[in-house]
Design a protein around this ligand. Sequence first.
Ligand code: NDP
Ligand code: GDR
Length: 363
Amino acid sequence: MASTAALPKLNGKTALITGITGQDGSYLSELLLSKGYKVWGIIRRSSSFNTERIDHLYQDPHESDVRLRLCYGDLNDASSINRILKVVRPDEVYNLGAQSHVKVSFEIPEYTADVTGLGTVRILEAMRELDLDARFYQASSSELYGKVVESPQKETTPFYPRSPYAAAKAYAFHITRNYRESYGMFAVNGILFNHESPRRGETFVTRKISRAAARIKLGQQECVYLGNLDARRDWGFAGDYVDAMWRMLQVDTPDDYVIATGETHTVRSFCELCFAEVGLPLEWSGSETNEIGKDPAGNTVIKIDPRYFRPAEVDLLLGDATRAKEELGWEPTVSLAELAKMMVQNDLQLATSQAGNMVGNEV
Ligand code: NDP
Ligand code: GDR
């Protein structure tokens, strides 16, 4: 772990990433390192290792020409944010850190508001106070659209947050725009629709399904419990979406952009893709509220558990990324079928190499 107190002089472009240990943080680090950036990541102290997604990028800080460095900090600790910004003085700041689980945000709403909402203004205010000439990216979300007002959803679609998480992200969105308009800062929102990958957290629905399909195929798990199978999402590949983040900070004029594939699918159809990939095409039966998915041998492999339903659901997300395509030259490259295949194949490998646990099934 590098200490920000003893920073070597850095040359070239430097990026600071909050949430570097998360799905997007790991892909963004890879992208920026491949472009020659020096990357600083803020990590939280944990009682066990929490850097698994970036371990392959780790460089011993004692070696020369180290381009990835990590330092301890927390979005709910303004002093740590101030200190890190003061010492690192990055050219670009990517704020990806968040309590990012929508269902969990109903259980810890205040904490979510603090980290996911106020964390953003802590960074912006520190940048302003330090008079830092850096570009700022805020990880805004399609959850802002919440209840369907218009479809497909684009930059001009009104927000209607449906969870403490989305409400916190709405604050973060507006404060980012406000600092841009008030102080002329280069601060932008990427309104990213759901994006997934083999590195997706195990409690988000796509990974929960791909992991279950693999483990059921290998006899390590009998069935998976899910919530609302009718929810529709616009799912893309995380690797494509971090490229859009970077592009947003390279344009001349800061603006906010929707990033999406322009296709929407149900949770049920993602189940079908994943189970077909392991050779277990699904048959559905049961009532609307108690649907079950069976494999070709008649075994029940998907059951509904009401605890996975949310107090308020986001029924339909479908994004229109026309502005990003025209102004950033951004395009998604991975179809949902390819994404499901990529995730299931990775989970098959993982399941054969390690005896997994069931902790991920709690949320
Ligand atoms: P993850 O949940 O995978 O990663 C979240 C990151 O935030 C982790 O590195 C986590 O650290 C860190 N973090 C959590 N709490 C704090 C805190 N108090 N202080 C500092 N860091 C903290 O999220 P994703 O990578 O999927 O998403 C990245 C960002 O984009 C998030 O802000 C998310 O809300 C947003 N977003 C994601 C979308 C998606 O589909 N993936 C779509 C739209 C927006 P640790 O590893 O220690 O837990
Ligand atoms: P989401 O992702 O809430 O869209 O937020 P998630 O994968 O958690 O849920 C997607 C949809 O699937 C339904 N669902 C289930 N969800 C989970 N987690 N577990 C289940 O068992 C289950 N069964 C059905 C949900 O009800 C929901 O409709 C993600 C996060 O990455 C946010 O940080 C990000 O902002 C948005 O995507 C865009």
